[in-house]
Design a protein around this ligand. Structure first.
Ligand SMILES: Cc1cc2nc3c(=O)[nH]c(=O)nc-3n(C[C@H](O)[C@H](O)[C@H](O)COP(=O)(O)OP(=O)(O)OC[C@H]3O[C@@H](n4cnc5c(N)ncnc54)[C@H](O)[C@@H]3O)c2cc1C
Length: 374
């Protein structure tokens, strides 16, 4: 009997990562449908902490840092070190072109899917849908613009990534600078906001220019690359498709942080393994990208940020202070055990978080009896 084809809708991170992984486990033909993604055509950086499911990505990454830091006004700088879970920066186009090379059993059909449902040849066809989810406004977003800058004068401290520096303008929302120094001359400098409304490009550009001046006395530099994005910090519904979702369509973007690459790779690897042997198709299930307890913590944390955004720098600094480097890496990658979670809960202001938990319970109750509330 011929093996049923696996159709993947969307040629982005999840779609191509799955197409690259399936041949390790099955000879089923694979069809990827959709034009090359923005991440392939106009590359940006995917940051992640090294984990055992990310060894290929770590090998391909452009740079890594065993040290990273968090800063905010009124706090001493918090520096983390982790030799086992260094932070990596992978260029999206490097990853996606490598996926295309590994996807030997795949036919690429560059046309997008216009229709909601594919005309399937056979009931045994298997379809995974990675089209981005639709979200009802309003929801909090992580929006950002980053410049890869080059300075003739060596100014950057190459061994240390600055993951969050809140020494920035907080007047429009929760705002920090993310700075990845590739060497003393070159760095990705990103102005990142958590708020409901994205800003004009000029706003982030001014924030980057001001930061480079204030922190490095840098006025003379060139911009070699720009990247920008707007990532939902929310819990997506999927009204537009009935196919099993993968990647961000399945909620892989961690609502409280915007990180998704690590969760997508873990999900795709687990999904592809299920194809080994000759499985019954009905036994193949897309794993949830996040644990329920992590999503509950995210919901409470986001509710706190929504109601008290001015406290965000203190809260992020408190979390960074409470954890060691390895612990933070595990927490951000969704594998924190009870001890790490206990440390975070213990460090957080109890009343603030209890009130947020109560608000969430109340909303859930109202939604149950009256339909969804915003
Ligand atoms: C600029 C930027 C920086 C980011 N940085 C990080 C980071 O540092 N670390 C991290 O973990 N995450 C990061 N993320 C978040 C996350 O990793 C990405 O959003 C990731 O690309 C999600 O992968 P995906 O496959 O789910 O979605 P996508 O990569 O968006 O893929 C979805 C695909 O579906 C296609 N599509 C849409 N409609 C159709 C259709 N009708 N027919 C066929 N195809 C269709 C799209 O063209 C796209 O190729 C970043 C995101 C952005 C945008």
């Amino acid at each position: 009997m011929s093996r049923p084809p696996v159709t993947i809708i969307g040629a982005g991170c999840a779609g191509l990562s799955l197409a690259a992984t399936l041949p390790q486990h099955t000879a089923n033909p694979v069809i990827v449908r959709g034009h090359p993604s923005a991440a392939e055509v106009q590359p940006h950086i995917w940051g992640f902490w090294e984990m055992d499911w990310l060894t290929d990505a770590a090998k391909l990454s452009r740079a890594s840092w065993p040290m990273w830091e968090f800063s905010a006004p009124g706090h001493r700088v918090i520096r983390h070190v982790s030799d086992i879970h260094p932070y990596h920066a992978l260029l999206s186009s490097d990853w996606l072109s490598d996926c295309r090379k590994k996807a030997q059993t795949t036919t690429f059909d560059n046309d997008d899917i216009a229709e909601q449902h594919l005309p399937l040849d056979d009931k045994t066809d298997i379809v995974f849908d990675s089209r981005p989810p639709q979200l009802d406004e309003p929801f909090m977003k992580q929006h950002f613009l980053g410049w890869e800058v080059y300075s003739k004068t060596p100014v950057f401290e190459a061994g240390i990534a600055r993951l969050m520096d809140f020494n920035t303008d907080q007047s429009r929302g929760i705002h920090f600078i993310y700075l990845l120094p590739f060497d003393a001359h070159t760095a990705l400098v990103e102005s990142t906001m958590f708020s409901f409304t994205p800003e004009a490009d000029s706003w982030y550009e001014k924030a980057i220019t001001t930061y480079l001046l204030e922190q490095f006395s840098l006025t003379e530099f060139t911009v070699d690359r720009t990247e920008k994005g707007c990532i939902p910090m929310a819990f997506p519904a999927r009204p537009h498709s009935s196919y099993p979702a993968i990647g961000s369509n399945s909620g892989a973007i961690r609502p409280s942080s915007g990180y998704a690459f690590t969760f997508i790779q873990k999900q795709v690897a687990t999904l592809a393994r299920q194809f080994a042997g000759t499985p019954d198709i009905s036994d193949i299930h897309v794993p949830h990208p996040h644990r329920r307890r992590d999503l509950l913590m995210d919901a409470i944390f986001l509710n706190v940020l929504k109601h008290a955004p001015s406290l965000a720098p203190n809260l992020f600094m408190t979390i960074a202070q409470a954890l060691r480097g390895d612990e933070l890496a595990r927490f951000m990658s969704g594998i924190a055990g009870p001890a790490i979670i206990g440390k975070i809960i213990y460090a957080m202001p109890k009343q603030l978080f209890l009130r947020a938990a109560l608000r969430i319970c109340l909303h859930a109750l109202v939604a149950r009896f009256k339909g969804p509330v915003s």
